[in-house]
Design a protein around this ligand. Structure first.
Ligand code: AMP
Length: 281
């Protein structure tokens, strides 16, 4: 695996690869890699793409600066995992490299109603920051295929929109959420859970499954209340437990027979914030 820290070096390398007829797959991450991230790298490799992973903890998407300060950094272990997965290129830029004109001058995209609900409502400015960093990375990598995890459902929709707004032909592939045995979605933030917190963390997924299973039998408002009670009893502070249109993400008051739906939960336990979602079909 080749490691680049400078965007011009990465572009030069990829230009040669692309002129030789290679197609590029791109997996942007913030590091502290786990099997979920690696499944994206594997999906890219399976398609025979020159696979580029980036690791950059993007300050502009953190509205909570303590979350940024506590974000885990495990670069040596990340490199080992990427080599094991056959990743071709790691891009490891610093802030100056990503935002050469400073963060204030990076272009801001408008994602309309998509960025004001759910995560957008709870983390003001978050998707502006995500848009800024991914736009810059797409400019450098110019991938044929962008691999994203469905675990960050709203982010997938926002970045699909970003690709369109930028007028790119990049294909967006959304990969399934990798989970621990108890259903907990793998996340870099899971490392911060204490043992007792980790012991109950699978409950978020159990709640999502119950929202899915009860769709033909119980009004959503009742299931929502049950989940809220259950989570609180186990020490969580739920931020939202929502049912939404799977395409627009606009919240739904009740199950619909005609729309594709997704259920989404964000909840804090201690000082860790976890998110997850499930398709309601
Ligand atoms: P992050 O490092 O959290 O910014 O995530 C980088 C990419 O990995 C994003 O596209 C995430 O959606 C994806 N990802 C994170 N966790 C998982 C998971 N458990 N399963 C699949 N993809 C994931």
């Amino acid at each position: 695996m080749v490691i680049f820290r400078k965007s011009t070096d990465l572009s030069d390398f990829l230009n040669v690869k692309q002129s030789e007829g290679n197609r590029t797959g791109f997996v942007p991450t913030m590091g502290a890699l786990h099997k979920g991230h690696i499944s994206l790298v594997e999906a890219s490799k399976q398609r025979g793409l020159t696979t580029v992973c980036s690791i950059f903890i993007n300050p502009t998407q953190f509205n909570d600066k303590t979350d940024l300060a506590k974000y885990p950094v495990t670069t040596d272990a990340d490199i080992e995992l990427l080599i094991g997965a056959g990743c071709d290129v790691l891009f490891l830029p610093d802030e100056q490299e990503v935002y050469p004109g400073g963060t204030d001058r990076a272009r801001v995209y408008d994602f309309g109603a998509l960025e004001t609900v759910l995560e957008g409502a709870m983390r003001p400015g978050h998707f502006k920051g995500v848009g800024q960093v991914v736009a810059r990375l797409l400019d450098v990598v110019k991938p044929d295929v962008l691999f994203l995890g469905n675990k960050d459902y709203q982010q997938c929709l926002v970045l699909g929109m970003l690709v369109n707004l930028m007028g790119l032909k990049t294909e967006v592939v959304r990969c399934p959420t990798r989970r621990e045995e108890d259903g907990l979605a793998m996340s870099s933030r899971n490392r911060r859970l204490t043992e007792p917190q980790r012991a109950v963390a699978g409950l978020i997924y159990q709640c999502l499954v119950s929202i899915q299973l009860k769709k033909d039998a119980t009004p959503f408002a009742i299931v929502q209340r049950e989940c809220d009670d259950l989570l609180r009893k186990k020490g969580f502070s739920p931020e939202y437990i929502e049912l939404a249109d799977a395409v627009t993400l606009q919240p739904l008051e009740d199950y619909s027979q005609t729309r594709q739906m997704v259920a989404l939960i964000a909840a804090r336990i201690g000082d860790t914030r976890l998110i997850d979602n499930i398709a309601v079909v």
